[in-house]
Design a protein around this ligand. Structure first.
Ligand code: MN
Length: 284
């Protein structure tokens, strides 16, 4: 099932016929309390309830053209966005070959470097686009598989790790180059793009075997397959869950492949991951 948020807090189901407004299914959500019973995203936490309600609202759901709506992040309220540094060997090699740009903190194994966090407020959908925070400096695209946690995960095993995934999406881990801490350079507003929708985990037989690519203005920049990750998805989830509790809606940006390069205002990034979909993201 492909689920998205669009326009003014509308819930969409995407299928071969296009986009269906299934917002009525949100009535299956329990009433929100304050303070919340747990951190994270209410829809992802109760995804099973909403999914079960969709078939009954679908026959009367309004249909819209996908290219006529504003697509927001398919996760509205993650408690955190986790990043995996330098997780493809060829990206590690290009970073090592250009330390003036990539800075020497890229050396060492992922375990030695640790995971990093992006501000949740950096999150945006594909329609809003990326707004350069420092137009005079270099901002790069990092095309990644985005993984969304579906249930509370704490000290989970690698064997069980994928059972904790709600679904997958395309992710752009945008980054300002320079000497500052990663959390500063990757957390400006709109520097975490997730979209165009969430594909539920049951639709992806093997997330560790997906082609991904990114073009800018029609020129191919990044192309790889998730099989080339140095730290695999299961290990990412298990390791992260040994450090901090993973809450429903938490996002892992699982690392970028080679071909990382600069974008400038006016560029349009076209991103694709097989079995998930494609999105166009403008740079402002
Ligand atoms: Mn990244």
């Amino acid at each position: 099932m492909k689920l998205c948020w669009f326009n003014d807090h509308r819930l969409g189901l995407v299928d071969d016929e296009g986009l269906h407004d299934v917002s009525q299914a949100l009535q299956a959500l329990p009433a929100a309390s304050y303070p919340p019973a747990q951190p994270g995203d209410l829809l992802i936490q109760h995804l099973d309830l909403v999914r079960a309600a969709i078939p009954s609202v679908l026959p009367t759901a309004p249909r819209l053209a996908l290219d006529a709506v504003t697509l927001h992040s398919p996760v509205a309220n993650p408690s955190k966005i986790i990043g995996v540094p330098v997780n493809y060997l060829k990206h590690a090699e290009e970073a090592e070959a250009d330390l003036a740009t990539f800075t020497d903190r890229y050396r060492g194994s992922i375990e030695e470097q640790g995971l990093f966090l992006k501000a949740s407020s950096a999150l945006t959908g594909c329609s809003e686009g990326v707004r350069l925070a420092f137009p005079q400096r270099r901002t790069d695209h990092e095309m990644e598989l985005g993984l969304v946690i579906g249930r509370v995960a704490r000290h989970v095993s690698e064997a069980d790790a994928l059972d904790y995934v709600a679904g997958y999406a395309l992710a752009l881990d945008m980054v300002l180059r320079g000497p500052e801490d990663r959390s500063f350079r990757k957390s400006a507003d709109s520097y975490a793009v997730l979209g165009p929708w969430l594909v539920t985990a049951d639709e992806i037989a093997n997330p560790q075997e997906l082609d991904l690519r990114l073009s800018v203005n029609g020129e191919l920049r990044q192309a790889s397959n998730t099989r080339h990750m140095i730290m695999k998805l299961r290990r990412q989830i298990a390791w992260a869950s040994s450090i901090y509790t993973l809450w429903p809606g938490d996002i892992i940006m699982t690392g970028t492949c080679e071909g990382v390069a600069q974008v400038v205002a006016g560029d349009v990034m076209e991103c694709t991951i097989e079995q998930i979909g494609s999105m166009r993201v403008a740079v402002h």
